[in-house]
Design a protein around this ligand. Structure first.
Ligand code: NAP
Ligand code: G3H
Length: 486
């Protein structure tokens, strides 16, 4: 493992415009610190507005030609990109690990999952066909009118990604945009931008037309609004926090957007659930990558009759979780920064002050928060409602399905929910009442497999992702009507 690390040099990374790697005229660099090595691992360019303008103007030009190429032609580039990512996995995975503190295994999985995602996106697009409609199916309509409905690209897509899947959640925007005939302006999370740069290196090797994809680096708080309000952007695909997403939605006005935002996914455990299996799913859902997943299980709503038993199993399993450096393959790793750890610690302390019981955890070493289980959490505690994005799991005891549904739906978020039960009818009853994009029955909350629709409702987002849905969101329908003389 240490060999891998010493192989990675601290370097100044360039931005990518017009198929070239460039230094910014600003002369300003942003330092990227590793969340667990506590040292600088590289610097990225803080780009200027004029450089952003150049990238967008080029993208607009190149997109027209790209949209005119055949689907088979575009497919070849994307397949090559997927192959290059797989070829580069030994280079990219250690960078993801160093930059966002994810274990090497998870980082490698992320790269391979991304290549699979790209290939499936191509295959989906190859099998998407338009539709024809005949005029005479409407009263008074004529047989001589035939509508041909096809999907056309929107133009230039702005892809903004979060830190936690710096390759996968970026490519999940680029691939559907490109296969559909769009150009892309990609703005990675600053912490995550080196990983994003490596992903673009793979794309560069696939020899896409120069200017079709540009990578913009710089703090969202500095250049984000400029990008979002830019007249050259035709669609925005954003994944990140709810506050940022809401801010962007106001700025973007009438530009079509897909927002995938935060979550507070509940794990509802009914009296009849298989508790051992439920605990296994809840723990994997709540603590993998320290809970830094939008889809992490972020609260447990358990029937009071089985509360003690479930909490006992959870405690035992949580205490077995491997905690520490991602280089040692640990599950619970230091959080992305100290500020995030302060936030999680604050939630724990607020809950304790208001009467929650610490079952295990509540230990901290810098930005490493040990996995923490809080029992007897009540609705007046912030941890019952806030998204911690960290390894703390609150348990709220309920006396009925109705109470669980009520508390689950009181959340401002609506990403996913899990229901653990042996009664399939009850599972469907709860699922039907859940105000979330998806409900998992007897499984942890998660995005994949990546061709499933992935939907956030309420504060969790707007629009739908998932391979086919993403392609649809980055295209619009175009109708050509044939008026025959019959
Ligand atoms: P974040 O702070 O909201 O940042 C997300 C992206 O937005 C980054 O690229 C950031 O750039 C950029 N940004 C910030 N301000 C901007 C502005 N004014 N204009 C344009 N872009 C701006 O989120 P994060 O901390 O990276 O990720 C954690 C959050 O994302 C959690 O809430 C999590 O639940 C959510 N998330 C949701 C999903 C989902 O699919 N539902 C998936 C993953 C994560 P900088 O880094 O330069 O600030
Ligand atoms: O962080 C948000 C991601 O969309 C979650 O993806 O469920 O595959 O970890 P995942």
């Amino acid at each position: 493992m240490s060999t891998l690390l010493t192989d990675i040099k601290v370097i100044d990374y360039k931005f990518y415009v017009n198929g070239q790697w460039k230094e910014s005229q600003s002369g300003q660099m942003i330092e990227i610190q590793s969340p667990y090595l506590y040292e600088m691992i590289g610097r990225v360019q803080a780009m200027e507005k004029e450089e952003v303008d150049e990238a967008i103007s080029l993208a607009r030009e190149v997109q027209v030609e790209w949209a005119n190429t055949s689907l088979q032609e575009r497919a070849k580039y994307l397949y090559r990109w997927a192959d290059e990512l797989v070829n580069m996995q030994n280079e990219i995975a250690p960078i993801i690990m160093k930059e966002v503190g994810k274990s090497l295994k998870d980082a490698r999985n992320e790269v391979v999952r991304t290549a699979d995602f790209i290939r499936y996106t191509v295959e989906e697009a190859l099998h998407m066909h338009g539709e024809n409609m005949k005029g005479d199916s409407f009263p008074g309509g004529s047989k001589s009118k035939i509508a041909m409905i096809e999907r056309v690209p929107l133009g230039v897509v702005l892809a903004i990604s979060p830190f936690n899947y710096p390759v996968n959640l970026a490519a999940a925007k680029l691939a559907p945009a490109l296969i559909a005939g769009n150009a892309v302006i990609f703005k990675p999370a600053t912490q995550g931008s080196i990983s994003g740069i490596k992903m673009i290196e793979a794309l560069h090797k696939a020899e896409f037309p120069a200017g079709l994809v540009s990578l913009i680096t710089g703090r969202g708080s500095v250049i984000g609004d400029y990008l979002v309000e830019h007249k050259g952007i035709d669609m925005i695909s954003f994944t990140g926090g709810t506050n940022t997403g809401e801010h962007l939605a106001k700025k973007a006005a009438m530009i079509p957007m897909v927002l995938e935002l935060g979550g507070k996914d509940p794990g509802i455990v009914r009296e009849d659930a298989d508790l051992v299996e439920a605990a296994k799913q809840i723990i994997s859902g709540a603590f993998s990558y320290s809970g830094q997943r939008c889809t992490a299980i972020k609260r447990v709503l358990v029937h009071e009759h089985i509360g003690d038993k479930l909490v006992g199993i959870l405690k035992e399993e949580i205490e077995r979780l491997a905690v520490g450096s991602p280089e040692k393959g640990n599950t619970v790793v230091p959080l992305i920064d100290n500020q995030s750890a302060d936030f999680v610690q604050g939630l724990i302390e607020d809950a304790i002050e208001k009467g929650a019981k610490v079952v295990t955890g509540n230990k901290r070493d810098r930005n490493l928060i040990y996995p923490t289980l809080l029992d007897h959490v009540t609705e007046d505690m912030s941890v019952a409602w806030e998204e911690p994005f960290g390894p703390v799991l609150p348990v709220i005891r309920v006396s009925s399905d109705e109470e669980a549904i009520n508390i689950a739906n009181k959340s401002e978020y609506g990403l996913q929910a899990s229901v653990f039960t042996k009664d399939i009818n009850k599972a469907f009853m709860i699922s039907n009442k859940m105000e979330t994009g998806s409900v998992q029955i007897n499984g942890r909350t998660e995005r994949g497999p990546d061709h499933f629709p992935f939907i956030g409702v309420k504060g969790s987002g707007m629009g739908v992702q998932g391979i086919r849905k993403s392609i649809e969101s980055m295209t619009r329908e175009k109708v050509t009507v044939l008026n025959l003389s019959l």
